[in-house]
Design a protein. Structure first.
Length: 364
C-alpha cells in the first residue's frame, strides 16, 4: 500500500471511529436517562442498567457501521477536496481508481469486523439481553406491576390489577398461573399486598377465589379463601430454557435448521431465511454503500457557490441507501420466498457505483 493510500485509510478509520463513538455515546446517554429514572423509581440496581446497555450495543453497531462509514467518506474526501489534497493527488498522476482504493480496503476490513458481530456477538448479546430482562421481571416484578394492563411475568404467570394505591395495596386482582402444567389455575381477589420474603416476592390475596381444572375429572373446581399467599417468582433458568428464541437470538446453525415440530418455528420459517441472509448482507453494506458514495462524491463538481447543494446531495444519498436497506429487509421478512430482496441494496450500490466510475474514467 502506497503512502498516500495509508494516509487516506488512516483518515477514514479515525473519522469512522469518532462518528461511531459519538453516536454510541448519544445512544448510551439517552438509554441511561430512561434507565436511571426506572432505577430511582423502581429500586433497580445500577449494575443492571449498565449490563442492559452493554448487551444492546453488539446489535446496534453492525446496523450503524454502513452509514457511519459513508459519513466518514463524506467528511474525509470533502475536507481533502477543500484543502486541495485531492487536486494535488490527481495532478501528480493519481487516477480516480487510486483515490477509491482506500475506501475498498477499509470497507472490506470493517465488513469483516461487522461479520463477527452479526454471526457471533449480536445473537449472544440479544439472548443475554432478554435473559436479563426476564431476571429483572422475576426479581423486581412487584415494582413493575402496572394498573389496567395484563402484566406478564415469565411465560406462565399473568397478573392484572385494576388499581394500585400509594400504600402498596392492590385492588381487584386477576391472576392466571400455568407454572404447574398439570394444574393451571386462575385466582380472583378483591385486594392484595406484595410481600418480600427470604424465598422471594409473594403476593397476599384477600377475599377471593381460586379456579382450577381437574385433569383427572376434567371438571372445573372453585375454592373460596379469606387469605391466600402466592409466590409469583419463577426459576429464571427454567423460564429462559422454555422461551422461544427470536430470529435475532439464534445462531447460524439454528437459523438453517429450525425445529419443524415447534409451531412457532414453523410460523417463522420466512423470518429465519431472511435473518440468515441479513447476517451476511449487513456487513457487505459497508463496502458497497461506501463504494457508491465515494464514486458519487468524486463525480461532483465542487464549485464554491454550490458546495452546500453538493453536500445535501451526498447526505441525501446516504439516507436513501439506508432507507432502501430497511425497506427491502422488512419486505423480505414478511413475505414468503422474498428473502433474496436483501441483496437489492448492495446490488443497486455496485451497479450505480460502477456506472459512475466508468463515466469518470471515460472522461479522463
Amino acid at each position: 500500500m502506497k503512502l498516500i493510500e495509508k494516509y487516506i485509510v488512516k483518515q477514514l478509520f479515525l473519522n469512522s471511529m469518532l462518528i461511531l463513538l459519538l453516536i454510541l455515546s448519544i445512544f448510551s446517554l439517552s438509554k441511561s436517562v430512561q434507565l436511571i429514572e426506572i432505577s430511582l423509581n423502581k429500586g433497580l440496581p445500577f449494575i443492571y442498567l449498565i449490563r442492559l446497555i452493554i448487551f444492546s450495543l453488539p446489535s446496534v453497531i453492525p446496523f450503524l457501521l454502513p452509514i457511519i462509514f459513508c459519513l466518514s467518506i463524506f467528511f474525509t474526501y470533502t475536507r481533502m477536496r477543500t484543502d486541495r489534497e485531492l487536486i494535488i493527488i490527481e495532478g501528480s498522476g493519481g487516477s480516480k481508481n487510486f483515490v477509491i482504493k482506500p475506501v475498498i480496503i477499509l470497507g472490506l476490513a470493517l465488513s469483516c469486523i461487522s461479520l463477527i458481530f452479526t454471526l457471533y456477538l449480536s445473537p449472544k448479546s440479544n439472548q443475554n439481553f432478554r435473559f436479563l430482562i426476564n431476571t429483572i421481571k422475576n426479581d423486581y416484578s412487584s415494582s413493575f406491576l402496572q394498573e389496567g394492563i395484563f402484566n406478564t411475568i415469565g411465560k406462565d404467570f399473568t397478573i392484572f390489577l385494576k388499581q394500585r394505591l400509594n400504600d402498596g395495596e392492590l385492588r381487584n386482582i386477576f391472576i392466571h398461573d400455568t407454572r404447574d402444567t398439570n394444574k393451571p389455575n386462575t385466582l380472583i381477589s378483591k385486594e392484595g399486598y406484595v410481600i418480600k420474603t427470604a424465598e422471594g416476592n409473594k403476593i397476599l390475596l384477600k377475599n377471593g377465589s381460586q379456579q382450577f381444572l381437574s385433569q383427572e375429572k376434567k371438571k372445573l373446581s372453585i375454592l373460596y379463601f379469606d387469605e391466600y399467599l402466592l409466590s409469583f417468582q419463577t426459576d429464571s433458568n427454567n423460564v429462559y430454557s422454555r422461551i422461544w428464541k427470536t430470529p435475532s437470538e439464534r445462531t447460524i446453525g439454528e437459523l438453517r435448521e429450525p425445529n419443524l415440530k415447534n409451531k412457532d418455528d414453523v410460523k417463522n420459517l420466512q423470518a429465519f431465511k431472511a435473518e440468515l441472509i441479513q447476517r451476511f448482507v449487513l456487513p457487505l453494506n459497508i463496502v458497497c454503500f461506501g463504494f457508491l458514495v465515494v464514486t458519487f462524491l468524486l463525480a461532483q463538481d465542487f464549485i464554491r457557490d454550490e458546495n452546500m447543494k453538493t453536500n445535501f446531495k451526498i447526505l441525501g444519498l446516504i439516507i436513501v441507501l439506508k432507507l432502501i436497506y430497511i425497506l427491502f429487509s422488512s419486505v423480505a421478512v414478511k413475505h414468503n420466498n422474498l428473502e433474496l430482496l436483501n441483496f437489492v441494496p448492495i446490488s443497486f450500490s455496485l451497479i450505480i457505483g460502477l456506472k459512475i466510475l466508468y463515466k469518470l474514467n471515460r472522461n479522463l
